[in-house]
Design a protein around this ligand. Structure first.
Ligand code: IVH
Length: 600
């Protein structure tokens, strides 16, 4: 072996062992340590070298396999037809090359494709025998997966029985298990309240939820499935095209992507890609690109499959939404209940086309878990319209002498009002003790009070509230209803017409439902749903205010912690004074009840 070839062979081995480690983190631990983009770079470099030096390809190379080997705890299931992966492209040029390659093999001018979003979840295979769900298995290494049937049976969008008459003798249904973005946020909120670990993204949450050994845990997790194809089939209808398969799956009772579309050639696929890229942030679930499949099943067969991916399909991925940058400092923001949220100030970096210079660090527990320090090089991620997050620290680049960051040590006093900062025993949150003396808390509380789902005062945004507080015109909620048009007009860059409109919105907001009013008060841990439940249960503000802990815990979904927060809020004399004034100024609509006689 020449020295050049030896070097290549060493690089290949190095790449393979790195990729194997990352496969294990990704597939087995649901805890990737590098970004998808970094992983793709490693993988592509390996593919490139192996293409150049085919004599160095070995059957155990990650390029010849799909994923890592399945975990032990679940029993194994052999897929009747292997579950393949997809090759990726990242640019229109690479996509054109893909189309050209297959048109050459098939001798065609243009090819019809079925285009659909690439769901960012985890692959699943469902075996139905004579219409009944028998086995559900993860992808595993592509040939053998984990038996997760008990868990899959808890997912409501998966039918236990195919909804068609005369179902096939047996059929493998393929698709993606995922979690909606809103469900993911809610799950993390619950995890955080229960002091459990937070999931990094909806994909990890879906994977972690599906691979629970106890199906009762999975049942409490909001999982869904989107179907995109079939594996081995015996009997049943004969299909000519991919889109027919998808229509059939929809008839069987599965979710099939509504955004699927038949495109008459590759330029149609490009236009499709741009369309879904536009829609991406508004979609209820995460996608990481588009998938195009040759629509004719005969042509799919003719093209065939390479060892790990079919030749007739390709994934067109969005540009990386992750980037590497540096933490310049760590600040804290004071929220409406006084909680200090650490924020990383970053060296500005472009992530998926947007400049990011701040990232939330959530709380001290998350800071400790990720061990983020000032001066660290970090990977940041921006997912849709969510606030950017630090995914992990690049430890190899950590500077000597750096120290773990402690909020309490760095900020013994609130950076806004100077009051001492406290951590209640057993709580993650660190709070400013200034209460209504702290302008940050006042501003955040007022902003929440005026927000759309609360009192819905159009035009009362963060900037205006900040100016009104700083000029001494606003402090309590009730002060809003003392404002004159003149007060508003005195504010910076406020036109007469805008001041009139805002003044009118304030007047219009006086008539409000009890449920919105309770939500607007911003009682810690009382969100919209809890506010609604309280309003329905007590039907009157007076009754709610005088409810004791025992009667509060009788309200559905209210436990002792939330009940204590509610009691504490109404026991505060400042809060009570403000509410009394508000009651005089507002027209609070209480729900009708037969007797209004709940025990309080
Ligand atoms: S087709 C033979 N279609 O992406 C074709 N896969 O990177 C196999 N995925 O393992 C897959 N959305 O878990 C296909 N619309 C879609 C998909 C999709 C997401 C996942 C799937 C697959 C992985 C490959």
């Amino acid at each position: 072996m020449g020295s050049e070839e030896k070097k290549i062979s060493e690089e290949i081995e190095q790449l393979r062992s790195e990729i194997r480690i990352h496969n294990e983190h990704y597939y087995l631990r649901d805890n990737p340590v590098i970004s998808d983009a970094e992983y793709d770079r490693l993988f592509r470099r390996l593919q490139e070298l192996e293409a150049k030096y085919p004599e160095l390809i070995t059957p155990d190379s990650p390029t010849q396999q799909v994923g890592a080997h399945p975990e032990r705890q679940f029993s194994s299931v052999q897929h009747a037809q292997p579950m393949l992966s997809l090759n990726n492209v990242f640019s229109e040029q690479e996509l054109v090359d893909f189309d050209l390659r297959i048109r050459k093999i098939l001798g065609k001018d243009h090819i019809e494709y079925l285009a659909e979003p690439k769901m960012d979840g985890l692959a699943i295979s469902l075996l139905y025998v004579r219409g009944e769900l028998r086995v559900a298995a993860t992808r595993g290494d592509g040939r053998t997966g984990e038996n997760v049937t008990g868990n899959v049976r808890t997912i409501s969008s998966i039918p236990g029985r195919l909804l068609v008459g005369n179902p096939p003798e047996s059929i493998e249904i393929r698709g993606e298990i995922y979690m909606n973005k809103a469900d993911f946020q809610e799950l993390n909120r619950r995890q955080s309240l229960a002091g459990e670990k937070l999931f990094a993204n909806p994909r990890n949450a879906a994977a972690g939820s599906l691979r629970q050994l106890d199906p009762a845990v999975t049942a409490r997790r909001p999982l869904s499935m989107m179907c995109y194809g079939i594996g081995a089939v015996q009997g049943g209808p004969k299909f000519q095209r991919q889109d027919e398969i998808l229509d059939y799956l929809a008839e069987c009772g599965f979710n099939v992507n509504e955004l699927r579309s038949v495109e008459s050639d590759i330029s149609g696929c490009m236009a499709y890609f741009r369309r879904i890229e536009q829609q991406r942030a508004q979609l209820p679930y995460d996608i990481d690109g588009a998938v195009y499949k040759v629509n004719s099943l005969d042509l799919q067969n003719e093209l065939g499959t390479l060892s790990r991916a079919p030749r007739w399909a390709i994934a067109h991925k969005f540009p990386a939404e992750e980037a590497v940058t540096e933490v310049r400092s760590i600040d804290v923001q004071v929220g409406r209940t006084g909680v200090l949220t650490p924020v990383a100030r970053l060296l500005p970096v472009t992530v998926g086309g947007v400049t990011v210079s701040n990232a939330t660090l959530h709380n001290q527990d998350e800071l400790n878990r990720k061990d983020i320090r000032i001066g660290d090089t970090v990977v940041v991620r921006r997912a849709g319209d969510v606030i950017p997050e630090v995914v992990r620290v690049v430890l190899e680049k950590r500077q000597e002498g750096s120290r773990p960051f402690s909020i309490l040590e760095r900020f013994p006093n609130c950076p806004v009002c100077g009051s001492p900062v406290r951590q209640v025993e057993g709580e993650v949150a660190i709070r400013c003790s200034g209460g209504l003396k702290c302008p940050a808390q006042i501003k955040q509380r007022l902003w929440h009070f005026a927000s759309r789902k609360a009192m819905d005062i159009d035009g009362m945004g963060e900037k205006l509230i900040s100016q009104l507080v700083d000029s001494g015109r606003l402090k309590r909620f009730s002060d809003i209803y003392r404002l004159k048009e003149r007060d508003l007009m005195d504010m910076d860059r406020m036109a007469e017409k805008s001041a009139q409109n805002i003044y009118e919105s304030i007047q219009n907001s006086r008539k409000v439902s009890l449920s919105r009013f309770i939500y607007a008060l911003g009682i810690p841990q009382v969100g919209e749903a809890t506010a609604h439940a309280l309003s329905q249960h007590f039907c009157s503000l007076d009754r709610l205010i005088s409810a004791d802990l025992e009667s509060l815990t009788k309200v559905p979904d209210i436990g002792p912690v939330v009940a204590a927060e509610i009691r504490q809020f109404f026991d505060d004399s400042d809060n009570r004074k403000d509410i009394d004034t508000l009651v005089e100024k507002l027209n609070i609509q209480e729900p009708e009840s037969d007797s209004k006689a709940v025990d309080s």
